[in-house]
Design a protein around this ligand. Structure first.
Ligand SMILES: N[C@@H](CCC(=O)N[C@@H](CS)C(=O)NCC(=O)O)C(=O)O
Length: 415
């Protein structure tokens, strides 16, 4: 399939993460090999072998060189095999899963139905309402006026994703033309896939999803990891829109990456800084996610009190991991200042120009996840983020489909 071949080429052409262990290992071995070769030539020169020698000496020298070369080559190969025995597994490529039908027992919580939606997409989003990654996906779907169904997953028990081997949200199931569902994980890959599909309605979404395989690699600690390396790339194939310049694409990728790799990591250490703030945050989650509507009281309370305590403890680890100082708010203010300074420099309403682009929607999505938290209120007072945030919010809300509830705690599905 040509789509898949292009995906293969794209992934192969893209550099692996610069700091990945396997690249370093490869570089080190190349250096060792080059060094060994240089040492050998140097030894030859210094020993004067070959100088003023007769033809017979040349033959001997050639044989000697060949033998040393063979021994060095074999040793190097054996050494490589032993020390790098898993290297053949380093670039495993796992395409998105396809499942025959919606898993039994999946309970749709609500739907957003937009009568103007022409995407032809049938999307089921598994989410936690206030997870920043899920907020990003919703911000994009809402802004683009795409209809979708939501399965609100209980963050503690996670019964609604029991069928899936991936236990993280957001996750989507999107109906292919053959009636099967392609399962896409990772917020940025989901957004890129839907954006690619909106751009290219002729190609089956299942085929486009093949452009986003998980690829394995080793991280700095030698741990094997997987990621969707193409997740910030839209698959325009040979139909790149005229107004999409390389500069715009690169800038979008830069800020989308920043939202995922930097901004998002500032949220937990801020919003769960103290046990009190963690509880307040979870009460807001409960309110925003309408947990009292969708879950029985005992489950809601478990999520609020269990979640707040767990996150308060985890936030301390995250703060250390991301090397944040005790003044966690200042990191948030700095990040928001960086974003607004860039907008000012560009002198545009949004990073995407007159309308929000993918990076606006990603940054907005991440920030909207903490809209009811003290951190957000403090950020409004201490930075200039408010104007841009509410401008994006207005457009997202304007374009969003109509809400239709499907599941109420203790009540069977609404007609
Ligand atoms: N890179 C992923 C991250 C998703 C993620 O970490 N989701 C969290 C919720 S905010 C989760 O599901 N955590 C559960 C777990 O790690 O088991 C994305 O962008 O979707």
């Amino acid at each position: 399939m040509s789509c898949f071949r292009l995906a293969t080429a794209l992934t192969a052409a893209r550099p692996l993460p610069r700091n990945s262990q396997n690249l370093r290992l490869f570089a080190r071995k190349s250096q060792e090999f080059t060094y060994a070769r240089r040492q050998f030539s140097k030894a030859l020169n210094e020993s004067n072998i070959g100088k003023n020698t007769k033809p017979a000496g040349t033959l001997k020298l050639t044989l000697l060189g060949a033998c040393i070369g063979a021994v060095a080559g074999s040793t190097y190969t054996i050494y490589s095999r032993i020390s790098d025995k898993d290297s053949h597994k380093e670039h495993e490529r796992t395409p998105p899963k396809v499942i025959g039908s919606l898993p039994a027992g999946v309970r749709i919580t609500k739907r957003y139905i937009n009568p103007k939606d022409t995407s032809g997409l049938d999307i089921v989003l598994f989410q936690f309402q206030t997870c920043p990654f899920c907020c990003k996906v919703r911000a994009y779907l809402d802004y683009m006026g795409v209809s979708y169904s939501v399965v609100e997953v209980d963050a503690v028990l996670r019964q609604d994703i029991r069928w899936s081997s991936v236990k993280k949200v957001p996750m989507v199931l999107i109906r292919q033309q053959d009636g099967q569902y392609v399962q896409m994980t990772d917020s940025s890959a989901i957004i890129s896939l839907v954006a690619s599909s909106l751009h290219d309605k002729r190609t089956d979404v299942g085929d486009l999803a093949q452009f986003y395989p998980h690829v394995s690699f080793f991280d700095d600690d030698g741990k094997k990891r997987q990621d969707i390396l193409n997740k910030y790339f839209l698959m325009y194939q040979d139909r790149t829109p005229k107004n999409m310049t390389k500069e715009i694409e690169e800038n979008e990728r830069k800020w989308r990456t920043w939202a995922d790799n930097h901004l998002v990591h500032l949220i937990s250490p801020n919003c769960y800084q103290t046990l009190g703030e963690a509880l307040e945050t979870f009460e807001w989650f409960s309110q925003a996610g309408e947990w009292d509507v969708y879950f029985p009281k005992w489950e809601r309370n478990l999520m609020v009190y269990g979640g707040a305590t767990a996150m308060w403890a985890i936030a301390k680890i995250l703060k250390r991991r991301h090397e944040l100082t005790d003044d966690v708010r200042s990191h948030m203010y700095d990040a928001l200042g960086k974003w607004t300074a860039e907008l000012k420099k560009r002198n545009t309403k949004f990073m995407g120009g007159k309308q929000p682009g993918l990076s606006d929607l990603s940054v907005f999505g991440v920030l909207s996840s903490m809209e009811g938290c003290q951190t957000f209120k403090d950020s409004l007072q201490n930075t200039n983020i408010g104007k841009w945030f509410y401008d994006v919010k207005e457009l997202v809300q304007q374009n969003r489909g109509e809400l239709r509830r499907e599941r109420i705690a203790g009540v069977e599905a609404l007609a």
